[in-house]
Design a protein around this ligand. Structure first.
Ligand code: AHQ
Length: 233
């Protein structure tokens, strides 16, 4: 990569190049999932382990808000906490993921008590939360830019679940339905903030490295799930 401050187009292209190489839509687990090759046990293992990621997203986002001194950015970012926690007990993405678990034959307590949580998933997610707590807030926001690539994956996944996993109650798929639009809004906001506040050569390169780190977080989670649930995941 060249030295000096990148213009907007170059910065965006350098971020998108990371996803094109390393985003987890290319992980063999997701390829198998989207081709309908996951066993029910593997789907349940993925749902149960991804719950640990989902429940930690608002914790990560609250860390970013707590580190950010800019009210305009906090006002945008606090919505992400509500997206997952909801504004009442039976709302939000965490609740929707619990319902996905029930639709797959997992009890709410199995997810809430992390009964199926794999060590590698725990360590990858905890690394992400600690990254958000310890990095400068613009760099932590840049790490969420994996969502630039999420809308396509969400749409592909939803179609695959409806086509290949009819044993799952379709009502459990609401999380994926809402994420297609939420991920687009999220990534639009996160990209605008990253372009505005990662405004030195050093911060621009740290933003690209943050996206590489986050791709490794997501990839490592699937490696651990693949190790636990066998060939077709
Ligand atoms: O469901 C996902 C989600 O709520 C988020 C928040 C965001 C972040 O702040 O890092 N990233 C993210 C992602 C979600 N789902 C993943 C998937 O494959 O289902 C994708 C992941 C992402 O692209 O970062």
């Amino acid at each position: 990569m060249t030295t000096g401050l990148w213009d907007r187009e170059t910065f965006v292209q350098n971020l998108r190049t990371i996803g094109a190489r390393a985003y987890h839509d290319k992980h063999p687990c997701h390829v198998a999932m989207n081709e309908g090759r996951l066993s029910p046990e593997a789907v349940r293992g993925w749902v149960a382990n991804r719950f640990y990621y989902q429940r930690n997203i608002p914790v990560k986002d609250a860390a970013i808000v707590s580190n950010c001194p800019v009210p305009e950015v906090r006002r945008v970012w606090i919505q992400r906490i509500l997206d997952h926690d909801g504004t009442a007990r039976d709302e939000g993405g965490i609740e929707a993921w619990l319902r996905l678990g029930e639709a797959c034959g997992l009890s709410r307590d199995e997810l809430i008590e992390d009964r199926h949580l794999q060590p590698g998933v725990r360590f990858a997610v905890d690394a992400y939360v600690n990254f958000a707590r310890s990095q400068p807030w613009p760099i932590a926001i840049a790490s969420s830019l994996t969502e630039l690539f999420a809308p396509d994956l969400m749409a592909t996944r939803l179609a695959a679940f409806e086509k290949f996993y009819a044993w799952i109650d379709p009502g459990g798929l609401d999380y994926f339905r809402r994420r297609t639009t939420q991920a687009q809004r999220d990534s639009d906001e996160a990209l605008a903030i990253t372009l505005e506040y990662c405004n030195t050569p050093k911060l621009q390169r740290e933003a690209v490295r943050a996206l590489e780190f986050k791709c490794d977080v997501l990839w490592s989670m699937l490696d651990a799930i693949h190790h636990a649930y066998g060939e077709n995941c």
